[in-house]
Design a protein. Structure first.
Length: 149
């Protein structure tokens, strides 16, 4: 079983070190939103666990990620999605270093839009936290599919 606290700590560290941002507040989401907006990236974990980690950023946060990660700005959605995917990649990598559970992780996949749902399995264990920053919000979601023996 994965420790969601490690992922939350990693998000805060990555946002602080690479975006120079500290969250103003955060809250555990007991009920997940039915829809999401702006940009969501997902990375799948395999190995000792089977899970997915999702990061949703509102548009101002995605633009900030592009700027701070030096992703060239243009009107293409792909570049915006790449920036959020790279942030999630950094979060998952940092969490791996701090976790006692060993896992491999996929390349990030991302989607962009307004009021879209995520392909979550209703039978999985989910942990989620919403982070509020001065100019944007981020939601981090851990979906644990099952233990692999």
């Amino acid at each position: 079983m994965l420790n969601f606290e490690i992922f939350k700590k990693s998000l805060r560290r990555v946002f602080r070190e690479f975006l120079s941002m500290t969250d103003l507040t955060s809250e555990t989401l007991e009920v997940l939103p039915k829809t999401y907006q702006s940009v969501t990236a997902r990375i799948d974990l395999s190995g000792d666990v089977k899970a997915s980690v999702w990061l949703n950023l509102t548009y101002p946060g995605a633009l900030l990620a592009m700027k701070e990660l030096k992703v060239p700005f243009n009107e293409e959605d792909r570049m915006l999605m790449d920036a959020v995917g790279e942030l999630l990649n950094m979060i998952v990598g940092a969490a791996q270093r701090d976790s006692t559970v060993r896992y491999d992780f996929s390349l990030p996949m991302a989607q962009k839009g307004e009021r879209y749902s995520l392909s979550l399995n209703p039978k999985t264990k989910k942990s989620a936290e919403r982070f509020v920053f001065e100019e944007f919000e981020a939601t981090l979601l851990l979906e644990e599919h099952s233990n692999v023996t």
